[in-house]
Design a protein around this ligand. Structure first.
Ligand code: WTA
Length: 641
């Protein structure tokens, strides 16, 4: 995002520093001297049934953290908080799609609900180590189901509610879940997604599923298969509120979360227990500065990793009050976010650049209707934030007094990797700044050499293991190795490009592989292409992400039609439908361009750089001499008009 703004530096405000969870910059040096010792100290903040024998076992690319340690993640997020006197404190505050509606759970209440649901799962035959699939709206039953899995040591696999029946089916089949937890419908922004109907479609082809548990969210009539489907409320009514937390190994799987890679098949990213919780608890406290007295709001959907780490596990393991909101930023009115902040007295807001840019478009009028002085810290995640949006956020939402933490991390990293520490780091708009203490980031060039000092470009890497790192790809260790650890040997290849300035600050520029980032959602070009060619009219397709001022990137699909088929508005709609049905509504192309040909090299490789250039309206498309047929470029330009 080219912007001619002069980059200012913002020191941490004194008032913030005074109360910050960490304020002494020596933490960086200390962690650097002994990073294993640093993480060990963080792990000591958790409750362990048995301490570890070894902090780290690193047999690249396989890492084990806190080897031999036994703990339970749900126990840490619930019982341990009650033991520390937080029993009557709000753990989860739920705001429904309708303003002012919702409910909240204290730590004691949440412990009881989770224990009951853990017993429900046991009653359905779920055993330690057996994955459970979860496909739910943003309702309290979502964290409850996740924590219940964690309580009995069953890995959860949450599928984002906007994913289609096909996507749900593939994810269930990959992890072979026996139980699916879902709901009748998912209300969002005044509309309803028929989750149970989608689930029924998916379950027509998922041999592993023996039972479903269905939450009655809207009360809409849904089909029910006797012997397979069960109502959540009916099972909960009979369930015992006592369920001892299973002692699990530090390296037992906590969850699998599917994420797009550069092929059409999503990757089952595996996170384990002890290291992951250590990482998210520490970063929630140090980066998001969460305290006992805070109302903390992460606006991400729990279907993505940000919701896992920073709506559920990070805040609850810190004994915080975590807000969970079901709806959209603009329903029923454009001031909904500000209304929520004011009504709940939110102190920390963690959101995505796309949301900020959307508000920016609407001006400051909606903000001015509300008192936002409860806020003391702002965060962003998921995509690069352009300096103008950063400044707007700082000035208008944060009233100029709240530091902003621009946090870089990934589903794979489990927790925040590069970010300011708000009581220590001077921030620069648009920059994620410095690696978290104990994390060693770097830049490599395409030839595999490490780049030292300031640099305008490079591939971002992580040079040593960290506790929240993915352990493998579910049932596919070869792909794990190949995707992350082969390009540069024993350093982790993140798939992102970055710049580094004279202060060592990082600015993440975006993906360097065939993964697009649409409103902070990862979607692979191959997934969309394969959805499109599933339509009988399509012979071939090439998909790219082009810059978009609202959503960061937008999906553009170039489509070659079969035989003498001709493009039409109707066909565009059909193709959109096709993508929606195969992947989900969030993956629909913004633009579909019918073209007679695609720019290919003589060896048949599609030159996406050229497709991107055409979609962004660039006049000069650089070197086109390697194209098998350079005249394609003119056809493409003409097709777009
Ligand atoms: C991008 C989300 C710039 C990046 C936590 C990464 C960012 C991908 C930032 C991971 C940031 C995330 N600045 N880009 N602060 N945070 N990204 O797996 O391209 O959904 O690789 O995890 O989002 O997306 P994922």
């Amino acid at each position: 995002m080219a912007e001619e703004t002069e980059i200012r530096t913002y020191d941490p405000p004194e008032e913030f520093v005074r109360q910050a969870n960490v304020k002494d910059a020596s933490v960086y040096d200390e962690a650097e001297k002994d990073y294993e010792g640093f993480w060990e100290e963080r792990a000591r903040q958790l409750h362990w049934f048995k301490e570890w024998d070894q902090v780290l076992k690193w047999d690249p690319p396989e890492a084990q953290w806190f080897v031999g340690g036994k703990l339970n993640v749900a126990y840490n997020c619930l019982d341990y908080q009650v033991e520390q006197g937080r029993g009557d404190k709000a753990a989860l505050v739920w705001e429904s799609d309708e303003p002012g509606e919702g409910k909240s759970y204290t730590y004691s209440e949440l412990t009881a609900e989770v224990s009951k649901f853990a017993n429900v799962l046991k009653g359905l035959g779920v055993k330690k180590g057996e994955p459970v699939a979860i496909y739910l709206p943003m309702i309290p039953e979502l964290p409850i189901a996740m924590l219940a899995c964690a309580r009995i040591g069953a890995p959860h696999s949450v599928v984002f509610g906007a994913f289609s029946a096909d996507s749900l089916r593939d994810r269930i089949n990959d992890c072979e879940a026996k139980v699916l937890v879902t709901a009748d419908e998912a209300p969002r922004g005044g509309r309803k997604t028929p989750l149970k109907k989608n689930a029924d479609e998916a379950l027509a082809d998922t041999p592993s599923i023996e039972n479903t548990v269905v939450v009655r969210r809207t009360g809409e009539d849904v089909d029910f298969t006797e012997g397979r489907d069960n109502w959540y409320d009916e099972l909960m009514q009979e369930a015992d509120a006592e369920c001892p937390a299973e002692e699990v190994d530090s390296e037992d799987i906590l969850y699998i979360l599917y994420s797009s890679g550069s092929t059409g098949k999503p990757k089952g990213i595996v996170h384990t227990s002890g290291g992951y919780l250590t990482h998210v608890k520490a970063t929630t406290s140090w980066v998001l500065d969460v305290k006992d007295s805070d109302v903390y709001w992460c606006t991400a959907d729990v279907g993505w990793v940000t919701g896992h780490s920073y709506l559920v596990y990070g805040p609850l393991s810190n004994g915080a009050t975590s807000l969970i909101y079901e709806g959209t930023p603009s329903y029923p009115e454009a001031d909904r976010f500000w209304d929520i902040i004011e009504r709940h007295g939110v102190n920390i807001l963690y959101t995505a650049p796309t949301v900020i840019r959307a508000f920016m478009k609407g001006g400051t009028e909606d903000l001015e209707k509300h008192d936002l002085t409860s806020l003391r810290l702002l965060g962003t995640v998921g995509e690069p934030i352009n300096p103008r949006a950063w400044e707007w956020y700082h000035e208008n939402v944060g009233g100029g007094r709240c530091p902003i933490v621009d946090t870089w991390w990934q589903t794979e990293t489990g927790g925040i990797m590069i970010s300011p520490l708000p009581g220590i780091t001077a921030t620069k708009p648009g920059m994620a700044t410095l690696p978290f203490p104990g994390i060693s980031a770097g830049l490599f060039d395409e030839e595999g050499n490490e780049i030292e000092g300031p640099s305008d470009s490079g591939n971002l890497v992580v040079k040593r293991p960290w506790p929240g790192m993915l352990r493998t790809l579910y049932k596919d260790p070869a792909r794990y190795k190949e995707t992350y650890w082969e390009k540069y040997g024993d350093v982790y290849f993140a798939g992102d490009g970055a710049r580094r300035d004279e202060d060592g600050y990082y600015l993440i520029t975006g993906r360097v592989d065939d993964v697009m980032n649409i409103s902070g959602h990862r979607i692979s070009t191959a997934e969309v292409e394969s959805a499109l060619v599933g339509h009988q009219a399509v012979a071939e397709s090439a998909v790219i992400g082009r810059q978009d001022e609202d959503t960061g990137q937008a999906i553009v699909a170039y489509v070659i039609l079969e035989g003498d088929r001709e493009g039409s508005d109707e066909l565009i709609q059909e193709l959109n439908q096709q993508v929606r049905r195969t992947i989900g509504a969030h993956a629909r192309p913004k633009e579909i361009i019918f073209t007679p040909d695609l720019p290919k090299t003589r060896s048949g490789k599609i030159m996406r750089r050229i497709l991107r250039g055409v979609a962004e309206g660039e006049q000069d498309l650089g070197d086109t001499s390697t194209l098998a047929d350079p005249s394609v470029v003119d056809d493409l330009k003409a097709a777009r008009q």
